[in-house]
Write a protein that binds this ligand. Structure first.
Ligand code: ASP
Length: 440
């Protein structure tokens, strides 16, 4: 028998109807032994997430203001689910205790975590499964970082004791006993922790989309779905702005080699996207996906015979470091070195940085070009397939896009091009049409 850990996001558990879909999914495969729920999310466009309401309760309480109104909204969300599903949980007692404690807590984590806590209690009741409180096994250090080793030991020990269990996402506790949360969207991380601790064969992450898309749907209408992607490819795409999973959720399962399956609660028959440690074959289109965003600047430093000057690169990076900015890419030529930074990072330090590079390197020229967008074309097949780069640049040329920078990591997993902000969408469309499918 294999073990599956299933995490359900906020939209998958936003009301009683969604709870029933989740129950059907869980009970349709007895291998699904552990479930990690988020707090109830939005039911419709202008709805408010329970987590946001809880943060609001705490903020008001800390300012000494009444927080009855947002708290009542929270209470009603849970009461409605419990009533419609005829659940047995003593909600009023839990709610009274939470309401009393919120103003006593200095940081908002306790308040924010209660959405997951209560949702976990309701779901455990609906399924007839045990409830595991992550307060007792997800361990944070006093500085707020996750203590992965202790968490792994304590969660493994805890989950072993239950044949089927619900463990709420998003929170754990610090050594002083206080509740700590991950950053927003952190139930993904709890799901990954539970999968590793249960030595699962699969981590299912159920959400409201049928997997990762090959490109941003805001730019390409109905882009094709990615069927399989490796952890490394996913990291490249998420780094460039594609998001579905919390970034930190990858590491615990990647370490243990556990595949992740992104699935859609509203379309449970759809296979979604499978994230694997190693590829099974090459991506059908030659590439796996395209991601990118606007808002970069590139500093171009030129100096004759730079390649022979010992320590030149180090001095450029020393200036970057002294100004407290981190760089994104570092494409170099024989007599040029370029530093790509986010425009935001340059804010307030621009003049100082240029000045410092001049002092340290005495270049022949230095220029900053703003309004740069980066587009990453990612695919594990690049390393062994001929012609990917030529197709890519041919497509950009045909679309009239001027390429200002090229960077191909030595992993040969990714070709990054820098184009002007105003060419960004055009570039993504051209690459999509060249590799994945023609556009109308
Ligand atoms: N409920 C939390 C949030 O809204 C955590 C999560 O959903 O993963 O960020």
């Amino acid at each position: 028998m294999s073990v599956i850990v299933a995490k359900f996001g906020g939209s998958s558990l936003s009301d009683a109807e969604q709870f029933l879909k989740v129950r059907n999914i869980l009970l349709s495969d007895t291998n699904r032994k552990f479930v990690v729920p988020s707090a109830p999310g939005k039911r419709f466009d202008n709805d408010v997430k329970v987590t946001d309401l809880l943060y609001e309760c705490h903020a008001r309480a800390r300012r000494g203001q009444p927080f009855e109104a947002p708290f009542l909204q929270v209470a009603e969300r849970f009461q409605e689910i419990a009533a419609q599903l005829s659940l047995d949980v003593q909600l009023s007692e839990h709610l009274a205790r939470i309401k009393e404690r919120i103003p006593q807590e200095r940081n908002p984590d306790y308040a924010a975590s209660r959405g997951e806590y209560l949702n976990g209690l309701l779901l455990a009741d609906l399924l007839g499964w045990d409830f595991v409180d992550p307060e007792n096994c997800v361990r944070f250090r006093q500085d707020g970082s996750l203590d992965s080793e202790r968490t792994q030991i304590d969660c493994a020990h805890e989950l072993m004791r239950h044949p089927y269990a619900v463990m709420p996402g998003f929170y754990g506790s610090s050594p002083d006993g206080s509740i700590r949360t991950f950053s927003r969207g952190g139930s993904d991380v709890t799901g990954a922790i539970a999968a590793r601790a249960a030595d699962a064969d699969l981590y299912e992450n159920w959400t409201d989309v049928s997997g990762f898309m090959t490109a941003d749907p805001h730019i390409i209408k109905n882009p094709r779905r990615i069927e399989q992607i490796t952890y490394r490819e996913l990291r490249e795409l998420s780094y460039m702005g594609a998001t579905v999973l919390h970034e930190d959720a990858i590491f615990p399962v990647r370490k243990a080699g556990i595949p992740i399956n992104i699935r859609n609660t509203n379309e449970p028959g759809h296979p979604g996207t499978l994230i694997l440690p190693h590829a099974q074959g090459e991506p059908p289109a030659g590439i796996t996906g395209i991601a990118g965003h606007k808002g970069f600047a590139i500093i171009v430093i030129e100096k004759a015979m730079m390649n022979a000057e010992l320590g030149f690169g180090r001095r450029v990076l020393q200036a970057v470091e002294e100004c407290g900015v981190s760089f994104e890419h570092l494409p170099t030529g024989i007599d040029t070195m370029c530093v790509v930074l986010s425009q935001e990072a340059l804010y307030g330090v621009r003049e100082r940085l240029v000045q410092r590079i001049i002092e340290l390197t005495e270049p022949d020229s230095i220029e900053i070009h703003d309004e740069l967008a980066l587009v990453a074309t990612v695919g594990r097949g690049m390393v062994s397939q001929r012609g990917i780069a030529s197709r890519l640049f041919e497509a950009l040329y045909a679309a009239g896009v001027n390429v200002r920078m090229i960077d191909q990591g030595s992993s040969e997993l990714n070709i990054i091009v820098g184009v002007s902000n105003r060419d960004f969408e055009r570039a993504v469309r051209a690459i999509y049409a060249a590799f994945i499918e023609p556009l109308d």
